[in-house]
Design a protein around this ligand. Structure first.
Ligand code: KG4
Ligand code: ZN
Length: 391
């Protein structure tokens, strides 16, 4: 009989539970988002997130089990995100998992959230080790070479904002609602990517590191220049800015992916994370991968964004490799996947800035006014932290 694992995820603003089998079938996957709870604050409020996770987790687990037609007694193990993430949310998930294993005697496996994303291509497409991975979301951006369920090498990543964060901030600068990525993509479809020229940060430097905060600042400057010159933004201006921004992000990610593939040639290049939903980016990455003679894999969107199935699957992989955790399993706000790599440029005492999520509460575009201080904010409370208010 193949293994059956429950996976629990609560590290950011999605409460999720899923049941997955050892032969890669997702029997149920339940995700309860919190977008509406945080809508008034312009970002995820950690305390609100933690409370909502604590309220929703057991319901998600019950729903997942009932959709799978199983009870706890039918399971072979419980996997839970033990970090990195907002600590209150991670704790809520870890405490629930501990309660379940105490009551059932099932094995417990603590999973690194990023390993969940990085191992997803094996769940969805049966990709064999080694493969290369671009993880690109609202809180993460890194190239990983994956050689085993616990063997990750980071080839490079953002030294400041994650691309999803940049999409969200650009959307806010242009008066588009959250989450910004899909809004910017829709606007970009009506825009001319060549009308404005935006920078391609760090392309002039060797290696696979990236930077997106300068691009966002360039959009701010462009917006303010247009507003000063014409007294406001026309819809076409907004569409053209979105198109230029999206093209710049896609160009940078495609070129850095080309370099990552040259540095570490493998058969498969996979992408995951919410930004992987972007059509222009997917197409650019596919072209790059084709040119390098590799296979391109992009898991279905529901398994690219945060979910419990990836945690259940990563738990199964770790369980097969012998991992068992005790009731003393710790919740970790920070937990880099690649422990071997030297700290990144810009990494202070509190870890790389890209692991601290910042998404300020800026004012929307109005007149020539600048953005609120929060737009520049990073915050040191934990990985993937979306900051509320100013810095
Ligand atoms: O992986 P995800 O669901 O959550 C984490 O960040 O962990 O990613 C969310 C991010 C948001 O920043 C959102 O704006 C971005 O993914 N996103 C997109 C698109 N859809 C979602 N960015 C660009 N184009 C899209 N179509
Ligand atoms: Zn994630």
């Amino acid at each position: 009989m193949t293994l059956r694992f429950l996976g629990i995820e609560s590290s950011c603003d999605d409460t999720a539970a899923a049941v997955v089998t050892g032969d890669g079938r997702v029997l149920a996957s339940v995700v309860a988002g919190q977008t509406a709870l945080h809508a008034d604050f312009g970002g995820v409020v950690p305390e609100i997130a933690a409370r909502a996770h604590a309220e929703k987790l057991d319901i998600c687990v019950e729903d997942a089990l009932s959709q799978a037609g199983l009870t706890l007694a039918d399971l072979d193990g419980i996997a839970v995100t033990a970090g990195p993430g907002l600590i209150g949310g991670v704790l809520a998930g870890v405490m629930l998992a501990k309660g379940l294993v105490a009551g059932t005697g099932l094995p417990l496996v603590g999973v690194n959230h990023l390993a969940g994303h990085a191992l997803t291509p094996r769940l969805t497409d049966g990709v064999a080790f080694p493969y290369l991975m671009l993880l690109v979301s609202g809180g993460h951006c890194q190239f990983l070479r994956v050689d085993g369920p616990d063997d990750f090498t980071r080839l490079g990543g953002t030294i400041d904002d994650a691309p999803g964060e940049a999409f969200d901030k650009v959307a806010k600068l242009l008066g588009l609602p959250r989450p910004g990525g899909p809004q910017v993509e829709t606007a970009a479809r009506q825009g001319d990517p060549k009308r404005f020229s935006l920078p391609r940060p760090l392309l002039d430097r060797p290696g696979c590191d990236m930077s997106f905060s300068g691009l966002k600042t360039a959009v701010l400057r462009l917006r303010d220049e247009l507003v000063a010159a014409q007294g406001g933004l026309h819809e076409q201006d907004r569409n053209d800015i979105c198109a230029a921004f999206q093209r710049a992000v896609a160009d940078v990610l495609a070129e850095k992916s080309r370099r990552a593939l040259a540095l570490s040639p493998v058969e498969t290049f996979a992408v995951a994370g919410g930004v992987a939903a972007n059509g222009e980016l997917r197409a650019a990455l596919e072209r790059t991968t084709d040119a390098a003679g590799a296979r391109f894999v992009a898991p279905p969107l529901a398994l690219c964004t945060d979910n419990g199935a990836m945690i259940a699957w990563a738990g199964i992989e770790a369980f097969r490799a012998g991992q068992r955790d005790g009731i003393d399993l710790a919740a970790r706000p920070r937990w880099p996947l690649d422990q071997k790599s030297a700290p990144m440029l810009g990494a202070g005492k509190q870890g790389p800035r890209h692991e601290r999520r910042g998404s300020g509460r800026g004012c929307l575009w109005h007149g020539a006014g600048g953005i609120a201080g929060g737009e520049r904010a990073g915050h040191a409370m934990g990985a993937r932290h979306k900051l509320v208010g100013g810095s």
